[in-house]
Structures are given as structure tokens and as C-alpha cells.
Design a protein around this ligand. Structure first.
Ligand SMILES: [Zn+2]
Ligand SMILES: [Zn+2]
Length: 440
């Protein structure tokens, strides 16, 4: 059967599966769970994948599941992924009333697309005509939230890294994966687009900063104290004046909150804490900005004669998605959308943990539509289920056929020509090195 016929068959199958696919998407939407707590969603998807006759591993990184297919085939392996977790959005009318969890980042669509691609390929019989293996993975914890809960899991020895893809990489889940693909939704319809083939993303470093001073009576003997709040003020001002040293194209972002600003007003503050996030579009710029921010903290401690402690946590790495995979996606999207509705590249300065995977393997991470309002916001709304679920499944399934058709010629070429920013081993070293405590 030629490639066009295979695509026809899979598209017809997706139309037959329509109601079942939408049922799953709505069910996940109604049961939002945040990272590493996605037990119900994992069970739902693992059961559905098993019903397709696939072998499924459950709870691959605390939660999450992975189905295997075409295991008798040789050659490349593609991971089709979807993220399980929700955000917390207590002001959204559809949030979980107990936890505030809410699928306001549309991850319910991603996992449904992952399932839909699996169901259509298996039930149409197209999968067995492809050359290469395909794993369907529901991955946990993409949103970098609830860090105290994750720290608890870490202390109990249940995980090593806070992001699902970091944890899965650390556990060797991608050792036999040649490339991966997933789709995220974004409110791009406001700008007149239905899909975007590629999206950029910044990398980030998460930081906790502690300024340690000396208490004294603020009215009586302030000259005996070392004011940690003043240290923090100097540090923040120094960070602001660094901004002219950041290059526009690197999209460096430095943003922070002050969870602790002192104890009582009539005592010179001796314990002041900042939570800081540094983002940039590439690894050298991220390292450069991080070094400068640390310098600002050190300078503030020296200026006031106090101490500072910085705890760095590995955030995500910048996203470099594969241009050839994106071009295949665009070509397949043309079947469903007008050329002017397809955006080749969406410049985003948000961060995604699939950025980490894009350091060492080819990644496809396009953007779909079908929503209105802002991501992570109370006005987030699914407005068109066809654009949100059904059409993305069709485009992704057709792209997978392109990758694995005829001895997986295109897929093999992409893997052969791919130039990693770092190897997987270097990446794991980077994660380890990034978790560091510096004292001044
Ligand atoms: Zn999000
Ligand atoms: Zn997201």
C-alpha cells in the first residue's frame, strides 16, 4: 500500500474513533491532577492503551505509562508523547474544588492526541505496515510547580528530578528512543492561525536565595545589625542594571518573588529569601546570565558584610525542535488547513521540559488551536474540539507515517543528520552540576 493510501486509512479510522477520542479528552479534562499525582489519568490511559492490545508499563516515573508497539521490527523507535499533568488555577470555574487543579495548559489534549494516534494506527492496521517501533508515552510532571511536594518525594527516594522528562531520562527511558513527538495547544487562533509547526522555548535555572544578616533592635541599635533586606535590595537593583548586558536575541528573563522579607518590623531583618527564575534562549546565554545574577548576590553580601546562600535547581533547557520533522508536519497540515492558517514558527519565551530532550534527540513539538483565553488563566476555554483533538491526531498520525514509511527512510535520515547540543550523558552531567549550593 502506498503512503497516500496509508494516510487515507488512518484518517478514516480517526473519524470512526471520533466519539471515543472526545470521551477520553473530556474525561481527562474533568479530572485534572498535578505533576506526580496523575494516578487516575495514568490508569485511564493505561487501560485504554491495553484495550488496543498493546503491552503497557504503568507508573514509569511515580505515575505515567508507556505502551510498546511493533516490537518485532528493527530500526528507529519513535516516542509519541503526551503530558499528563494539570496546572493549579483556583479561579477557573472548572477547577477541582479541593485541589484547584485545572487543565488550563491543555495537557488533556496532548494525552488524548497520543491515545488517538495509537488507536487509529492500531485499529486501521497501518502500524504493522510501518518500518520501525513506536512507543506511546503518557509522561508526568511537565509543569514546574509544587516543589515542596516533589522535594518530599525526593527525600523518600521516589524520584530524583522534579520534571517528568528529566526523571524519565535519568531512569533510562529514552535510551532506546531515536526521536520523539508531541503537540501542545496555544491560543494562536487570536492571531489567525490553526497550527504552528515549530515553537521556540527558553531554558531556565530555578534559584532559592537566602540573605543572612544579624538581628538588632531596629530603633535602638540598628548600627549593631546587618540588614538582610538591604542586601536583597542591593542584589535586586544590581540584577536590574545587568539587563543592558543581555542580548535581545537571547531573550534573557530574570524574575523573582520574595517569600520572606523579615520577621518583625522593629528588628533588623536577618533572614530574607528570594525565589528567582532565570531564562534564556540558549545554554551559553543561560550560563552567562546565571553567573551574573550570582555575582549580584555575592556583591550584595560583601557590601553589607553579611552572608548569602544560593541553591540552584536544574530547570529546563532551551527548545530546539527539528526543522525537517516540522516541515513534514506542515505538509500534512495543508490537507486540513489553508496555507495562511499554518504558522511556520511560533516564537515563545515560555519553557518546556521537552527542551531537555531536544538537546540530544530530534523532537517535533508543534502547536494546535481550538482554545481561547490565556494558558494557565481563568479564561482558558476549549472552543473547538475538532481543532483541539481530532485534526491534530490526523496531522500527527500522517507525520508518523512519513517518518516510518518505506524502511523509515526519512526518519533514519533525520536521526543520522541530527546534531545534538549535548549527548545524553553530558545532559545527565549537566543536571547533576546544576543542582548546587553556593555560599558567600
Ligand atoms: Zn503550562
Ligand atoms: Zn503545557
Amino acid at each position: 500500500m502506498d503512503k497516500i493510501q496509508l494516510k487515507e486509512r488512518v484518517i478514516n479510522q480517526i473519524d470512526l474513533e471520533r466519539e471515543n477520542i472526545l470521551r477520553i479528552g473530556r474525561e481527562i479534562y474533568k479530572n485534572p491532577e498535578t505533576g506526580y499525582r496523575e494516578h487516575k489519568t495514568t490508569k485511564l490511559l493505561a487501560d485504554e492503551l491495553e484495550n488496543l492490545g498493546l503491552k503497557v508499563d504503568r507508573n514509569i516515573a511515580v505515575t505515567g505509562c508507556r505502551a510498546y508497539s511493533n516490537e518485532n521490527k528493527s530500526g528507529i523507535k519513535v516516542a509519541v508523547m503526551g503530558e499528563l499533568d494539570s496546572v493549579i488555577c483556583k479561579d477557573h470555574k472548572d477547577c477541582d474544588i479541593n485541589t484547584g487543579a485545572m487543565h488550563a495548559c491543555g495537557h488533556n489534549m496532548q494525552t488524548t492526541v497520543m491515545y488517538g494516534v495509537a488507536a487509529a494506527l492500531v485499529k486501521s492496521g497501518v502500524l504493522s505496515e510501518l518500518d520501525g517501533r513506536v512507543d506511546f508515552m503518557a509522561v508526568p510532571a511537565e509543569e514546574y510547580i509544587e516543589l515542596d511536594f516533589r522535594e518530599e518525594l525526593k527525600n523518600k527516594g521516589e524520584l530524583t528530578y522534579y520534571s517528568g522528562k528529566q526523571e524519565l531520562t535519568y531512569k533510562g527511558a529514552f535510551d532506546d528512543v531515536s526521536m520523539c513527538m508531541m503537540i501542545h495547544n496555544f491560543p494562536i487562533e487570536e492571531e489567525g492561525y490553526k497550527v504552528a509547526a515549530q515553537i521556540s522555548g527558553t531554558g531556565f535555572v530555578g534559584k532559592k536565595i537566602k540573605f543572612i544578616g544579624q538581628e538588632a533592635h531596629a530603633g535602638g541599635t540598628p548600627y549593631k545589625g546587618i540588614n538582610a533586606l538591604n542586601m536583597a535590595t542591593i542584589a535586586i537593583n544590581s540584577m536590574h542594571v545587568q539587563r543592558e548586558t543581555f542580548k535581545d536575541e537571547d531573550c534573557v528573563r530574570v524574575h523573582q518573588i520574595m517569600p520572606k522579607g523579615g520577621a518583625i518590623v522593629n528588628t533588623v531583618p536577618a533572614d530574607v529569601q528570594l525565589e528567582t527564575c532565570i531564562r534564556a534562549m540558549n545554554v551559553p546565554a543561560l550560563r552567562d546570565a546565571n553567573m551574573k545574577i550570582n555575582r549580584c548576590v555575592q556583591g550584595a553580601a560583601i557590601a553589607m558584610g553579611g552572608h548569602a546562600e544560593i541553591s540552584d535547581m536544574p530547570g529546563y533547557l532551551p527548545m530546539n525542535t527539528d526543522k525537517i520533522m516540522a516541515d513534514l508536519f506542515t505538509e500534512n497540515a495543508k490537507r486540513f488547513y489553508q496555507a495562511e492558517e499554518i504558522l511556520p514558527f511560533y516564537k515563545s519565551t515560555a519553557s518546556f521540559d521537552i527542551g531537555d530532550l531536544s538537546m540530544f534527540m530530534p523532537v517535533l513539538h508543534p502547536v494546535s488551536s481550538g482554545i481561547s483565553g490565556g494558558l494557565h488563566s481563568r479564561d482558558y476555554k476549549i472552543t473547538n474540539e475538532e481543532d483541539a483533538y481530532i485534526t491534530p491526531i490526523k496531522i500527527m498520525a500522517c507525520t508518523l507515517i512519513d517518518l516510518l514509511y518505506d524502511n523509515a527512510e526519512i526518519g533514519e535520515r533525520i536521526v543520522r543528520d541530527f546534531k545534538p547540543v549535548m549527548t545524553k550523558e553530558e545532559y545527565l552531567d549537566y543536571l547533576k552540576e546544576s543542582e548546587v549550593v553556593t555560599r558567600y
